[in-house]
Ligand binder design. Structure first.
Ligand code: M6R
Length: 607
């Protein structure tokens, strides 16, 4: 939820660090800071607020060629100047930036208090800074190593020291760190977005590893000082993919990217002539997947909604029991994992703490684990037994959009792949895949009518309570539509399986209340039409998402947004898009910061 950048090389570090921070601001944005180091000492500047507030304090040219920087999403301690990172030890010679949570920080703080250490912040990170300072006897790497042995919790850290000005010591456990390898320079970051302007060659640190980085080289070891040889890998994303490219908001850019992101996601993976799916990441696990007795899909937020669509798809195409679990609940429920249970974790970032913890729980209980992940090299991608990447490109807007459709598309392909080896006939599989192959073009036609969604936002933007109703495959879409609206426009919205409305929420409906009903043609059509009648009878204003050519809906709905016809299991790939657009325009009209909504961060790396 926070972002780390570090630079060591021959160029002035400050502008590289500030550029990196701006590119990472989507990960956390309540305070930021920078520490620059040279033989004369460590110079720390930090400020509560956005990066621009920090930038305003850093107008003097600075020539130091080593530095670390941080953008914060507060966990321990309010977002104030003093709680912003970097934090220093008592001598002021050592500075640290940290992502994660030091779980035993209270005990460590008591220990340090007794030693007479004076603290200047309320953070767990300062405890680590002081501990490193206490362990320091002239060798920064050793001091970090010793301090980390006393620490319980998660961390990605970068540490500098005035006595060794051309050195950054980094370490990770449960929080990502990547080292960009340039020519005589290294850029350390928690996310490739901060590195891509300099190099696409990277080294991914694994959990329990440390790196000592100077402009002359990178030494990697375990926390116990055993050398580790790392490969230099290529990041598949390019710089232009993480830029706004003429848009004012990443969210709109990413909504509009869906025709191409879905094309890339499907490319080379579906064979229409044979009715077959090819997913390289699953080839070695097909036997286990075909013989699986049960699937558990686990995720958080939008990814959980995609997983719920996956549950319906798996049940229909594979015909085995499937459950979708909130990752945050799964690990604390003593889940039953029998032989033959496959756990699939779904995550855009691959770094969500609860999802990672659920994965760990599943692994410990002996399940085969699969990842459905977007970020290559992420923790979930590395720790699952096998998996499938989304290949939808980087998602920067906090509100997940193209990742949702990518996740659903991947789950649809996995369902078809396994189903085909079980009960799914070649002709049914071919029909399914033909419909899937048409989806990217169909999303294009929805985006061509984006103005209609904007008009909905304009008409209802002042209403503070909305309902979203769906049935079957469109029930998860109702949940997703409501989440999109609330997280970026701060309008209260609730998503429901349409029939549940009668069991309580119908009491909320008053004259003119916007009720978004996903009423596409399919097995649930007549039933949702009944629900629409019930809403109208109570004065609710119906915004229907309906199939092109369905004129009956016009009689009942106040507004109709159209999507092309497709197979029912694939409808979420289309029906989600008008709801993304409504949320986007409502947020813009309300003057909200669409890409960086309050209290949120892109990747939730704390429990
Ligand atoms: O990176 P992940 O897919 O694991 O993230 C899970 C959720 O935090 C994420 O989908 C969140 O709900 C989005 N902000 C919703 O738009």
């Amino acid at each position: 939820m926070c972002g780390i950048v570090g630079y060591v090389g021959s160029k002035p570090a400050l502008s590289i660090l500030m550029d990196g921070l701006r590119r990472l601001e989507y990960r956390g944005y309540d305070s930021a800071g920078v520490a620059l180091v040279d033989g004369s000492g460590v110079s720390v500047t930090k400020a509560a607020g956005r990066i621009s507030v920090l930038a305003a304090q850093l107008t003097e040219p600075m020539s130091q060629t080593t530095g670390i920087a941080h953008t914060r999403w507060a966990t321990h301690g309010a977002p104030t100047d003093s709680n912003a990172h970097p934090h220093t030890d008592a001598s002021g010679k050592i500075a640290i930036v940290h992502n994660g949570i030091i779980e035993n920080y209270r005990a460590l703080r008591t220990f340090l208090d007794k030693k007479g250490v004076k603290f200047t912040s309320d953070t767990d990170t300062e405890v680590l800074a002081q501990l490193i300072g206490l362990s320091y006897d002239g060798d920064l790497e050793e001091a970090v190593r010793r301090a980390l042995h006393d620490v319980a919790g998660t961390y990605g850290i970068a540490v500098v020291c005035a006595d060794q000005p051309g050195l950054i010591v980094a370490a990770r456990k449960g929080s990502p760190l990547i080292v960009g390898v340039g020519k005589d320079e290294y850029i350390l970051a928690s996310d490739a977005a901060a590195i891509l302007a300099h190099t696409s060659h990277v080294v991914y640190l694994a959990d329990g590893e440390m790196a000592s980085i100077t402009r002359d080289g990178l030494q990697t070891t375990t926390l116990d000082a055993i050398p580790v040889t790392k490969d230099i890998e290529q990041v598949e994303w390019s710089l232009d993919q993480i830029e706004l490219a003429g848009y004012d908001h990443f969210m709109l850019k990413e909504i509009n990217e869906q025709p191409t992101s879905l094309e890339t996601c499907l490319r080379g993976r579906i064979d229409l002539s044979e009715g077959q799916v090819h997913l390289g990441g699953l080839v070695d696990r097909m036997r286990d997947l075909v013989h699986a007795k049960r699937f558990i899909l686990t995720a958080c937020g939008t990814a959980w909604h995609a997983a719920l669509v996956g549950e319906y798809l798996f049940e229909e195409l594979i015909r085995v029991p499937v459950e979708t679990e909130y990752a945050s609940e799964f690990r604390y429920r003593n889940p039953i994992i029998d032989e033959g249970t496959v756990v699939i974790v779904v995550s855009q970032s691959g770094e969500t703490a609860d999802t990672l913890a659920a994965l760990e729980e599943a692994r410990q209980r002996g399940a085969l684990t699969l990842g459905v992940v977007n970020v290559v090299g992420s923790s979930i991608a590395r720790e699952t037994d096998a998996g499938v990447f989304l290949h939808v490109g980087p998602e920067i807007g906090v509100a997940s959009t193209k990742a949702f459709t990518g996740q659903v598309a991947v789950l649809a392909m996995i369902a078809c792949l396994i189903g085909r080896r079980k009960h799914l006939s070649a002709s049914n599989a071919a029909q399914f895949l033909e419909a899937l192959a048409k989806v990217p073009d169909q999303t294009r036609s929805i985006l061509d009518q984006a103005d209609e969604a904007k008009k909905v936002a304009e008409r209802y933007v002042d209403r503070e309570n909305w309902l979203y109703l769906g049935r079957g495959y469109n029930y998860p879409v109702a949940l997703e539509g409501a989440l999109k609206l609330k997280e970026i426009s701060y309008i209260h919205a609730e998503g429901l399986p349409a029939a549940e409305m009668k069991h309580g929420p119908i009491a909320l409906i008053t004259e003119g209340m916007p009720v978004v009903c996903i009423a596409t043609k399919g097995t649930q059509y007549d039933r949702i039409m009944n629900n629409i009648e019930e809403v109208r009878t109570r004065g609710g204003s119906v915004i229907a998402v309906a199939t092109e050519g369905d004129h009956a809906i016009e009689e009942l709905a106040d507004v109709v947004l159209r999507v092309p016809d497709t197979l029912e299991p694939l409808q979420p790939l289309l029906t989600a898009i008008p709801l993304q657009l409504i949320a986007f325009h409502a947020a813009v009209l309300r003057g909200c910061n669409v890409d960086k909504p309050r209290n949120l961060a892109k990747s939730v790396t704390v429990e």
